[in-house]
Design a protein around this ligand. Structure first.
Ligand SMILES: [Zn+2]
Length: 180
């Protein structure tokens, strides 16, 4: 991958093809009313979910799936488009692992890999399109985009064991998705 200087701050390096570095993206996303890539919405997933639920008519009855530690912060088909809502608390961004899987956000943030310790467990994935926030290094839930998963589980050998990987690909940097 080739790196260039961020045209906005001329300070940070970014992969070629990216518009801005993550610092500039957050600053630019700030005034947006809708969810836009880089926007930070708060440190408590339940508060962020409830605010989005009011604004975008997400399923409020699923709000109790958020805000507690040790929960999978996930609401199945909770948006009017039947997208699922996913808050990633643990990933390579935070340098830790949540449960029996690991979330790996690519450098350009275009893909998220969910790497299951046990490849059979990966079948538990429901393969729905997801609206995704991830906890960043400042403890803030930052909007990443809308992601569509591959329909199959890839098997790889990692650290000497077979793992099952479900890969999500970004289809929009905005929510609601804007028609061009
Ligand atoms: Zn920058």
């Amino acid at each position: 991958m080739k790196y260039i200087k961020c045209p906005e701050c001329e300070l940070n390096y970014i992969p070629e093809g990216e518009k801005f570095c993550s610092d500039c993206r957050r600053r630019i996303a700030l005034p947006f009313r809708d969810l836009v890539r880089g926007k930070e919405s708060g440190t408590n997933s339940r508060d962020v979910y409830e605010e989005c639920a009011k604004r975008y008519r997400w399923d409020m009855s699923q709000a109790n799936r958020f805000g507690k530690l040790g929960l999978l912060l996930y609401a199945l088909k909770a948006t009017p488009e039947k997208f699922s809502v996913w808050f990633i608390a643990h990933s390579n961004w935070t340098g830790d692992k949540g449960g029996k899987w690991q979330n790996e956000i690519s450098l350009d943030e275009n893909t998220i890999e969910v790497i299951w310790d046990d490849p059979l467990s990966a079948r538990a994935a429901d393969f729905t399109t997801c609206v995704v926030h991830a906890r960043n290094q400042y403890g803030q839930y930052e909007f990443l985009g809308v992601y569509k998963p591959d329909r199959d589980v890839k098997r790889v050998v990692k650290d000497g064991s077979t793992r099952g990987i479900v890969t999500f690909h970004r289809i929009s940097e905005y929510y609601p998705i804007k028609a061009d």
